[in-house]
Design a protein around this ligand. Structure first.
Ligand SMILES: [Zn+2]
Length: 227
């Protein structure tokens, strides 16, 4: 997901792994030893990684083998930003070293589909909903977060209250956003109404930041995006 230079020769890598979840590991001499590290320590690359653990919890990467490179995500600036947003979301939603295979699959599959040229925003929105739910932050989407009733017509979404509110509970609500649970399940409609998809992406981005009490670096880019 990320690399940070450490001294002259090393990198500290943040990796999202299928088996161990999110981990931090040293890649010793990675700047010079291209053979051991496959030459490409970049985000949006799927590796097979072998590491060893030293007492005191430090992990050292032994070697890396490249499995799959999501090339368009690296080369297209807008796709790069979406990919970075996904990656940062995983970083703030998951605690360290807590395996989450479903999240790993969701992350890799979404990157793969965006890389294959599918329309990015509906995929990003689908990823947000999946990732929030898999990390235990999932908003209430179908039932009213207040009374548990159906949401339906006149529903609004409240970030503070943790989800959708029915028309009755939403009465007098400040800052509630008009909300449709049906739209979020309708992929075809999403492809046509990308502006609406973007509004939902921004909504769930704010929801994520509010409930994790963390800031995403890519939020500025997304908040400024217009269709
Ligand atoms: Zn209600």
């Amino acid at each position: 997901m990320r690399k940070r230079p450490y001294g002259d020769a090393d990198y500290v890598l943040t990796l999202f792994t299928r088996e161990y979840g999110k981990i931090t590991a040293f890649a010793k001499n990675a700047k010079t030893s291209r053979k051991r590290f496959g030459g490409r320590l970049e985000p949006f690359v799927l590796f097979r990684v072998r590491f060893r653990e030293r007492p005191g919890d430090m992990k050292f990467v032994e070697d890396l083998e490249t499995i799959e490179v999501f090339r368009r995500l690296m080369e297209d600036i807008e796709l790069f930003m979406w990919g970075s947003f996904l990656s940062e979301s995983v970083e703030i939603l998951l605690p360290k070293e807590s395996p989450n295979e479903d999240m790993f699959s969701l992350f890799a599959d979404t990157l793969r589909e965006i890389d294959a040229g599918k329309s990015a925003m509906p995929l990003v929105l689908g990823f947000q909903l999946g990732a929030l739910s898999l990390s235990g932050y999932g908003p209430s989407l179908d039932a009213c977060a207040e009374c548990g009733g159906e949401t339906g017509k006149g529903a609004r979404f409240s970030i503070r209250k943790g989800g959708a509110l029915c028309a009755g509970c939403a009465e007098g609500l400040q800052n509630g956003t008009p909300y449709s649970g049906d739209f979020l399940k309708d992929r075809e409609s999403m492809e046509i109404h990308l502006g609406r998809v973007l509004r939902y992406i921004k909504l769930f981005l704010r929801f994520t930041e509010y409930h994790t009490e963390k800031k995403l670096n890519s939020s500025k880019f997304i908040e400024e995006l217009k269709i």
